[in-house]
Design a protein around this ligand. Structure first.
Ligand SMILES: [Fe+2]
Length: 196
């Protein structure tokens, strides 16, 4: 017997695989994926189930639940469960495309732009350009190299994230705007988790 969540996830995976066949332009592909992720977030059962998903610890590295990795195209579906009032470092995702969908709770997303040309080692001058609140059902597209940070609100926050490639195996940028420091670190550790 296939659960409602399992069929919603399977439908989402089928849509995403079809888009990988049909749409070769990355910008258009990831824009077209947005409504499919919104549909998955709207599934009432998946939100109820997410109450049982374990919190992701933020130690030296962040952590993501790994729900699915596509064997042909390499895209992945991740879960990210943040404790209340958790703030990420200011970072980028390197070359990876990311769709960030809020399933439960609320978050504040900050965007930054880089003002220097990147030629000086360990140095980056970044300035905040945007700051906005997102809640359940909102899907945010994080393009390659886009500099950003997220902070969860007063409740536990659950996100479903789709990435063009599994994170964790390559270096991503980190930024300290006060001391104008730049360094790199590996992305989130992937913790396999069965969705259905
Ligand atoms: Fe991020």
């Amino acid at each position: 017997m296939v659960s409602q969540t399992e069929s919603a996830v399977r439908r989402f995976i089928t849509f995403t695989r079809n888009l990988h066949f049909e749409e070769k332009d990355m910008e258009r592909r990831w824009e077209k994926l947005k409504p499919f992720l919104r549909e998955l977030l709207a599934d009432p059962e998946i939100r109820a189930r997410s109450n049982d998903w374990p919190e992701c610890v933020q130690k030296d590295r962040a952590e993501n639940l790994l729900f699915y990795e596509d064997p042909d195209f390499g895209f992945v579906i991740n879960g990210l469960i943040k404790a209340p009032n958790t703030r990420t470092q200011i970072h980028d995702h390197a070359h990876n495309w990311t769709l960030y969908g809020v399933l439960d709770g609320s978050e504040t997303i900050e965007r930054y732009e880089r003002l220097d040309d990147g030629s000086k080692p360990d140095y980056a001058d970044v300035r905040q350009t945007d700051k906005f609140d997102v809640g359940p059902g909102v899907v945010d597209l994080v393009r390659p190299w886009q500099i950003h940070a997220e902070q969860s609100g007063r409740e536990r926050t659950v996100a479903i994230i789709v990435r063009s490639e599994k994170a964790g195996g390559f270096l991503q940028g980190r930024y300290d705007p006060v001391n104008k420091k730049y360094w790199q670190g590996y992305g989130p550790r992937q913790v396999p988790y069965k969705l259905d």
